[in-house]
Design a protein around this ligand. Structure first.
Ligand SMILES: [Zn+2]
Ligand SMILES: [Zn+2]
Length: 85
């Protein structure tokens, strides 16, 4: 029974705010990929997907290196660790 209600538009942070948030996440995670522990090519991944509320909040963000990040997006269905942290 769909009421045809569209998802609310994602709140987007301006680049400066996002960069600040990004630094916060990196520091929280100890500047390490939370999957492999690597410390280079770090990126921020949004844990919250469309089914949940994918806000740009700290709890929804995790530090991953480029490689693991790509892997996560490639294997989203197989990932369980992201949902358990
Ligand atoms: Zn990694
Ligand atoms: Zn991602």
């Amino acid at each position: 029974m769909s009421q045809g209600r569209p998802d609310p538009p994602r709140l987007r942070l301006d680049p400066a705010s996002y960069e600040t948030l990004r630094q916060q996440i990196l520091r929280r995670d100890g500047w390490r990929c939370q999957s492999c522990g690597g410390m280079s090519n770090l990126e921020i991944h949004h844990k919250g997907f469309r089914s949940h509320s994918g806000h740009d909040s700290e709890e929804n963000l995790i530090t991953l290196c480029t490689q693991c990040h790509a892997g996560v997006h490639h294997n989203l269905n197989h990932i369980s660790f992201l949902n358990s942290v």
